[in-house]
Write a protein that binds this ligand. Structure first.
Ligand SMILES: NC(=O)c1ccc[n+]([C@@H]2O[C@H](COP(=O)([O-])OP(=O)(O)OC[C@H]3O[C@@H](n4cnc5c(N)ncnc54)[C@H](OP(=O)(O)O)[C@@H]3O)[C@@H](O)[C@H]2O)c1
Length: 241
């Protein structure tokens, strides 16, 4: 896929990694970019960029966006939320919001845009996942569950859309320097660097892009016994038995 021939739709395009995608798509000469956002007034005027109102948690909004962006050939499901909720004592509504946005959001978008991509020659879908699909912490595990579900969705959709010639790429990474984790101290990637790696992968037809070493490391260890991945948990509860 050569971006100069593509009409891309980026969800959550107004800031963070979504904005990185818009910049990188422009640099690669994409024909048109739909910046799909909840508040179109937050998208600055840029040549080749068309603001599109979209809330990925709202069926009617997704259907309306599909009506207006029927020439899309590359769907980038980037919009996401992280509430940092814990599974055991976080607010259930926070965990539901993560699932609604990070799993059902891409699901709604893929269902609405699959016929469009098919009619436009196949095209491609890029789903923004996270290393949290493959690891756990003391917090953010609702988010992790939503990204694990989105990973599974990505793999399933790849099979289902193969017959119509649509390529499906999953993008996973650890911390990126955006509002989402502004309060967290960590080594963070530049959003534009992530967008570059992801679009290189889409252009090459990659099934998966692991954008940093930490993510590649966690993915590589998926087959291991969880006791080896989390040795500090092996003693928990042992004294009581
Ligand atoms: N930052 C990281 O460390 C990191 C690491 C791995 C994966 N990711 C993933 O990367 C993606 C982008 O995250 P980011 O770091 O750029 O986060 P961000 O700066 O918080 O931006 C999130 C974007 O998603 C949009 N959004 C949220 N809910 C939406 C909805 N219901 N409908 C439409 N748009 C919605 C936001 O729009 P508003 O401006 O309207 O709120 C915003 O544009 C997410 O899928 C995230 O899970 C991030």
């Amino acid at each position: 896929m050569d971006m100069r021939n593509e009409i891309a739709l980026v969800t959550g395009a107004n800031r963070g990694i979504g904005n990185g995608f818009v910049e990188e798509l422009r640099a690669r000469g994409a024909k048109k970019i739909y910046a799909a956002v909840r508040r179109p007034e937050t998208v600055p005027e840029m040549e080749g960029v068309v603001p599109l109102r979209l809330d990925v948690t709202d069926d009617a909004s997704v259907a309306r966006a599909a009506e207006l962006a029927g020439d899309t050939t590359l769907l980038i499901n980037n919009a996401g939320v992280s509430t940092f909720a814990r599974l055991t004592d976080g607010a259930e509504e926070d965990i539901r919001l993560e699932m609604e946005t990070n799993f059902f959001g891409p699901l709604r978008m893929v269902r609405a845009f699959a016929p469009i991509l098919g009619a436009n020659g196949g095209g491609a879908v890029l789903n923004v996942l996270s290393v949290m699909a493959w690891m756990a912490f003391e917090h953010s595990n609702g988010y992790g569950a939503s990204k694990a579900a989105a990973w599974s969705l990505t793999n399933g959709v790849r099979h289902e859309l193969a017959a119509q010639g649509t390529r499906v790429t999953g993008l996973a990474m650890a911390s990126v320097d955006t509002d989402m984790i502004a309060d967290i101290e960590d080594e963070k990637s530049d959003p534009r660097v992530i967008a570059k790696a992801a679009l290189d992968g889409v252009e090459a037809g990659a099934f998966e892009v692991l954008a940093d070493a930490r993510t590649a490391g966690w993915k590589a260890r998926l087959g291991e016994d969880p006791a080896l991945l989390y040795p500090h948990l092996t003693e928990v509860g042992a004294a009581g038995r």
